[in-house]
Design a protein around this ligand. Sequence first.
Ligand SMILES: Nc1ncnc2c1ncn2[C@@H]1O[C@H](COP(=O)(O)OP(=O)(O)OP(=O)(O)O)[C@@H](O)[C@H]1O
Ligand SMILES: [Mg+2]
Length: 524
Amino acid sequence: MVEKAEAIFKEFREHSIAEFFKKNRQMLGYAGKIRSLTTIVHEYVTNGLDACEEAGILPDITVKIKQLGHDHYEVYCEDNGPGIPKTHVGKVFAQMLAGTKFHRFIQQRGQQGIGATGCTLYAQITTGKPIHVITSTKNGKVYEVDIMIDVKRNKPVIMNEKEYDGDWHGTKVRGEFKEVTFNWSEYGPGEYIRRTAVANPHAKITFIAPDGRKITYNRAVSVVPERAKPSKPHPKGLTIDDLLEYAHHSKERTIRTFLVKTFDRMSNAKADEIEKLTSIDFKRKPDSLTWKDAEEIIDAIKKVKFLAPSTKELKPIGEKQIKKAILNVLEPQFHAVVTRPPSVYRGGVPFIVEAGVAYGGKAGRVVGDSVGAEIMRFANRAPLLFDAGADVITKVVNEVDWNRYGLKKVDTLPVSIIVNVVSTYIPYTSAGKQAIADIEEIHKEVKFALMEVGRQIGGHIRRERKKYEKQTKKMTLLKYVPEVAAAVAALTGDNKKELEMKLVKMIEKKYSGNGADEEEGEEQ
Ligand SMILES: Nc1ncnc2c1ncn2[C@@H]1O[C@H](COP(=O)(O)OP(=O)(O)OP(=O)(O)O)[C@@H](O)[C@H]1O
Ligand SMILES: [Mg+2]
């Protein structure tokens, strides 16, 4: 029997974004017990670092994970950021698609307005419990509250509100989660925090693990990174839909001023050029733009030449700072770093690639009793631990011929390969934000960066090898000194001790210094 449309459509319902993610929690990174725990730590730590950065505060972050039972943990995260105004706390932790970042073109770790609420949702669906938040904006008051989410309405449910006097700023969040587990693998929270320390040398991070181990990553630099500033979208990256949305929210009086004020590199002259290519009167109000008008404008934009997007708003970690972080956390034998010049993907989004290689010391990943290479991937300084196979960085690392740089069988060496992609919009492959899409321009930049650090590290390795060879030769020669001195003394009648001293001096002179001047040594 054929079912009537009316009967089928009795089932028609609307559902909220929170209901959607409740069913599709894997999209937010809640897949697998270890990954789920790391995701929670990631969401709270990135929010703390973003908040500090925006407020110009040197971050001091503490993460504590306590085991409460089998696959059952408490996560506590504290930051010394600016705090959250009382009126916004509910929405921050229990409303999906709410935040200060999504609508701005600014380089930050978070960008979607889902992370914190995702954690609340996961606590709620695995334990039925709210998350506990204490925050203060240094206004003399501390606000403490339990928060759950009304999943059907995607709205916060506030409970046990308290307000009392206090004089500090920051945010403390505590949540209880099941279907999570802790370990020290490269996918666990411990590794996540280690990598966060590598990319954030200005942060002090303390981690207290469920086994009681306390690890503190002290600041390697004590300057607050320059704040990333919001940038304007570049016309070449616009779609018709984007243009309409900006136009309909614009408060400008004419299409012309709307274009000039809203977009990067859009001068009056460019707006005139575009107007001439369309049949639209640019004195009209921006909210009168129709789909057809927007289509015409986008077509015209394609024909007009614009300067490349401005990149001054991007803030890479910087070579000096990466060096300090590498020395602080990895204590390698040698290392190399590079920050590439800014570039642009999809015609309109600026980005910068930074890379580093650390060799020896604590670099590389210990597996059992051997050490192997590790790839540390970062997006706007936030570590990416999962979905490595889908990530452009992993692909490029595998493409590079490391043999050329003296790193034969790189997989088996104590090497950390570090890549940070900085952008006002990181093109993630999914809402879980763990892999950067393989976009041609980004691919190319990552490759250049890795080749550059490869060349540098290759030089170090060659020098180091020569130094080692020189040292071995010296030791061998010194071994024969007494015998040679005795033989010469017997032949010439000279004093054996004096001869010995002369020979030692000669050898020391020839093989002193580092490997770089070996050739010179050979001539002597
Ligand atoms: N520790 C904090 N201190 C101050 N503000 C915070 C803190 N945590 C979150 N916020 C605010 O709450 C908003 C929502 O956070 P949430 O993690 O849900 O989204 P996001 O960071 O904007 O993006 P993403 O979903 O990519 O993480 C943030 O945009 C920020 O304004
Ligand atoms: Mg966030």
